[in-house]
Design a protein around this ligand. Structure first.
Ligand code: HEC
Ligand code: HEC
Ligand SMILES: [Cu+2]
Length: 410
């Protein structure tokens, strides 16, 4: 930790302790005086309330001047701390956070997006705060920052992570049923690692990076990419695959998704794929957060059905999974079959849908396009009509999302 670093904690904590301290002293003083008065002026000593005193200038001056000074001191410290929170250090890195029902998206200077906020340790970060729909609030208790995101208005906060780690981000403004799901993290990583993360993962570089990580950590010694089973199951088609695992001595079928893959890496012994020996080593503490996510991105990507050769991306070169994440679809739609605010995307394509009003139809491309373009035209039975329209999605982007949705069908 760098002691010279001025952090947002340094702006807030002293004021907090100052006000708490004064409140404590006043509480004690008042309580003590009260008890003393109750004893001193008890009925047995002073049966009739009388007073020979009709004013005491000294006392009055004291009880006006002292509290005034205390309150002004609180104001002064509070104001100075507030100014520090509003004055972004000049060398700050800028990130744009967009809140929407019900997820966060972070965009970096080079156009990269992520759903966790990656920052380099020791460098101030200015977070521009935007909202796509309603009021939300960006709240990171560890850095003592909390500020509303307001539709149509730009706000900001800044902070500096002085230690490596993962810090909670919450939405602190009730914004509807998915409010509690608006939880993500600030991932503070060493600067060099941050640069590497920021540079990686754009287009095909991304693929290269994911693959080289798999090679670097020896995964490819036990897992193939081409469908053949080695010591462990092949990575081909891993994303969305139904896996039978043995957990706690019981067989369970799990859909492989981001969380499942992450768990497989951190705690491989907990759920062991049926038919394989439990020999996979745990990588907990050995691979950093961003690298894990990068590997998972890659694994999910090669898990998609392959179209037109080797790319899982659409013809226009767009990545439907990434789009759905950036557009916030996954705040309301799960990939594992579970119900969130909206129906799960898993196995959606080609399935029969019942709509409000009693109509049924098959989820084909026309229906899915309408569901994205005009969500209120057909509302799925049993769900609230809360899905926002996406006028900003270009036709080829909708196309890419559709292709990806089709791939989620078993
Ligand atoms: C020593 C061999 C070995 C190494 C090295 C290894 N694994 Fe595994 N892995 C296995 C075996 C065996 C299984 C199946 C049994 C189980 O689930 O534990 C497995 C299971 C998995 C699964 C679940 C697969 C499925 O089909 O459901 C994932 C994901 C996975 N490994 C990822 C990785 C990654 C990523 C690495 C590198 C960081 C890695 N493994 C390194 C042997 C290995
Ligand atoms: C605020 C939450 C929310 C967001 C964000 C959202 N949806 Fe929805 N979506 C819903 C709800 C609720 C329904 C079910 C009611 C309806 O049909 O309007 C739904 C229905 C759908 C359907 C029809 C599902 C079915 O089971 O027939 C599709 C397809 C869909 N959404 C795609 C998307 C895509 C793609 C995105 C991102 C571009 C997205 N949604 C973003 C809430 C959301
Ligand atoms: Cu919110």
């Amino acid at each position: 930790m760098n002691p010279a670093l001025i952090t947002t904690q340094d702006a807030v904590d002293p004021v907090f302790w100052f006000i708490l301290g004064i409140s404590g002293v006043i509480l004690l003083a008042i309580t003590a005086t009260m008890i003393w008065f109750v004893i001193r002026y008890r009925r047995s000593r002073c049966p009739e309330p009388t007073s020979q005193c009709d004013g005491n200038l000294t006392l009055e001056v004291i009880w006006i001047v002292v509290p005034t000074i205390i309150v002004l001191a609180m104001f002064y410290y509070g104001w100075a701390g507030y100014l520090a929170l509003r004055q972004v250090p000049p060398d700050a890195m800028e990130v744009t956070a967009t809140a929407r029902m019900w997820s966060w998206d972070f965009e970096y200077a080079n156009g990269r997006h992520s759903d966790r906020l990656y920052v380099p340790v020791g460098r101030p970060v200015k977070v521009r705060l935007l909202s796509k729909d309603v009021l939300h609030a960006f709240f990171v208790p560890a850095f003592r920052i909390k500020r509303d995101t307001v539709p149509g208005m730009e706000n900001y906060v800044w902070f500096v992570a002085d230690e490596q780690g993962s810090y909670d981000i919450f939405c602190a403004e009730y914004c509807g049923v998915g409010h509690a799901d608006m939880h993500t993290t600030v991932e503070a990583v060493p600067p060099a690692e941050f640069e590497e993360w920021l540079a990686g993962m754009s287009g095909s570089q991304n693929t290269e990076k994911g693959r080289s990580l798999l090679a670097r950590y020896g995964c490819l010694g036990c897992h193939s990419l081409d469908g053949s089973n080695l010591v462990g199951p092949s990575f081909k088609g891993l994303g969305g695959r139904q896996v039978t695992v043995i957990a706690d001595g019981e067989e369970r079928v799990i859909t492989s998704d981001r969380d499942y893959i992450r768990r497989s890496l951190i705690a491989p012994g907990v759920a062991v794929v049926k038919g394989y020996p439990p020999v996979m080593p745990s990588y907990a503490g050995q691979i950093t957060g961003p690298e894990v996510e990068e590997m998972i991105d890659y694994l999910l990507r090669i898990g998609q059905p392959v179209k037109n050769g080797e790319s899982a991306e659409s013809e226009a070169g767009l990545d439907g999974a990434g789009l759905a994440r950036r557009q916030g679809c996954l705040g309301c739609h799960s990939l594992d079959g579970s119900r969130k605010v909206g129906p799960s995307f898993k196995g959606l394509f080609g399935r029969e849908r019942r709509l409000e009003g009693g109509r049924t139809l098959i989820a084909d491309e026309a229906y899915l396009t309408r569901a994205i373009r005009k969500p209120t035209a057909d509302v799925v039975e049993g769900y609230p009509p809360v899905m926002p329209p996406y006028p900003q999605l270009r036709p080829e982007e909708v196309e890419a999302i559709l292709e990806w949705l089709e791939g989620l069908t078993e």
